[in-house]
Design a protein around this ligand. Structure first.
Ligand code: NAD
Length: 267
């Protein structure tokens, strides 16, 4: 069992879905948790209560729109005052699907800003402190779409491929930094396949509509197209993997993307 007592984790986009499950696993391992989402997120209080109940010694919510660089800088200053960030999980993400000629320019900018550029700014802010303290874990929640493509997802696939590439660069730059005895610094991505969260709700609904309004049939259709296991990834599966990547046993895993995709990217 990973022991993260004394460590502080910032998990972006952590009031729902994958981010909340990752925060819960890090809390179970004893980390203090900085929860984050858009300002005024109605799920914030419930998420803080859930994370405290999971075992976090302390948890606080920070609101910031990560499509805005100035807001990210303010966020990072506020979180550093809560606790120096030992674990950064870049999880906040958005989706919009359309073919390239129907893709609005503002959707391109929005997805690139949140799913890619925000991760550059947060990593840049926390890595010097991680180096000074000798320990750091960066986990970027990419996607199978960081490794392979699907139609009608041009900004999402571009952002996630960018995130995988950026993570490799940063992993190399920090590979021999930090302090080996303290656990050193690693930078990795997790690549989920279909995982039932609010992010894929529109896609489930569209598939359900095609299947005569039957939601289960819609989910089954999405899975059968791409995910050979025909099972959804569970948010808790991703939380458990994130906790492992924070452990001492993972001290020499860096620069990789681990798919959790039921065989999607093996095809
Ligand atoms: P979700 O919608 O439950 O979570 C997204 C989180 O990001 C929410 O807390 C939301 O408030 C936050 N967020 C969105 N825009 C923001 C902004 N501008 N500023 C601050 N916070 C913002 O969805 P999820 O599926 O849990 O997504 C989490 C991550 O997992 C995303 O990066 C997504 O691309 C990735 N992912 C999801 C799936 C899937 O099937 N659900 C598959 C692969 C990758």
């Amino acid at each position: 069992m990973t022991n993260l007592t004394g460590k502080t984790a910032l998990v972006t986009g952590s009031t729902s879905g994958i981010g909340l499950a990752v925060a819960a696993e890090l809390a179970k391992a004893g980390a203090r948790i900085a929860l984050h989402s858009l300002p005024g997120d109605e799920n914030a209080d419930r998420a803080v209560a859930e994370i405290m109940a999971a075992g976090a010694p302390d948890a606080q919510f920070f609101g910031a729109d990560v499509s805005d660089v100035g807001a990210i800088q303010t966020l990072m200053t506020q979180v550093e005052a809560f606790g120096p960030v030992d674990i950064l999980v870049n999880n906040a993400g958005v989706q919009f699907t359309a073919g390239i000629t129907d893709m609005p320019e503002e959707r391109w900018d929005w997805i690139i800003a949140i799913n890619l550029s925000a991760c550059f700014h947060t990593m840049k802010a926390v890595l010097p402190g991680m180096e000074k303290r000798g320990f750091g874990r960066v986990i970027n929640i990419a996607s199978v779409h960081g490794l392979v493509a699907s139609k009608e997802k041009v900004p999402y696939v571009a952002a996630k491929h960018g995130l995988v590439g950026m993570s490799k660069v940063v992993a190399l730059e920090y590979a021999n930094k930090g302090d080996a005895a303290k656990g050193a610094i690693t930078v990795n991505c997790i690549g989920p396949g279909w995982t039932e969260t609010p992010l894929i709700e529109d896609q489930i609904r569209a598939a359900a509509d095609k299947a005569g309004g039957d939601r289960e049939k819609g989910v089954a259709a999405l899975l059968s197209e791409k995910q050979p296991s025909e099972r959804l990834t569970r948010t808790a599966d991703l939380g458990a993997l994130a906790a492992f990547l924070c452990s001492d046993a993972a001290q020499n895993i860096t620069g990789v993307t681990i798919p959790v995709d039921g065989g999607w990217t093996a095809q």
